[in-house]
Design a protein around this ligand. Structure first.
Ligand code: SF4
Ligand code: F3S
Ligand code: ZN
Length: 103
């Protein structure tokens, strides 16, 4: 599962499509956490797709992650600023890869 305290326990090492990336990142095996308000641990995500299908405001977009050990696609929180804090994605992800900081 994603570490809900990632902002304390990890370093922001990069940005991607306008959101933060929290390390460690060692491509292609370790990809870190993408996003901050809507955070997806790419090293936990198995590309189940429930979050992509169920988010009512289409926060997530697929990105290709070739040669990652868990899956070759990840749900990227590309539109995290659109999030309405419904928590549906957190509830439906089978591997608890998503943390939403609803405050
Ligand atoms: Fe989408 Fe709701 Fe998840 Fe926000 S909490 S990313 S609105 S499903
Ligand atoms: Fe990945 Fe969970 Fe979404 S496995 S695709 S973050 S539902
Ligand atoms: Zn990203």
């Amino acid at each position: 599962a994603i570490d809900a305290n990632f902002e304390q326990n990890r370093q922001q090492v990069d940005t991607h499509m306008g959101h933060d990336v929290w390390g460690p990142v060692e491509e292609p095996e370790k990809l870190g956490i993408h996003g901050t308000h809507v955070a997806v641990d790419f090293d936990v995500c198995i590309a189940d797709g429930a979050c992509v299908e169920d988010c009512p405001v289409d926060v997530f977009e697929w990105v290709d992650t070739p040669d990652h050990p868990e899956s070759e696609l990840k749900a990227d929180p590309a539109n995290e600023s659109q999030c309405i804090d419904c928590m549906l994605c957190v509830d439906v992800c089978p591997v608890d890869a998503i943390d939403v900081d609803a405050g």
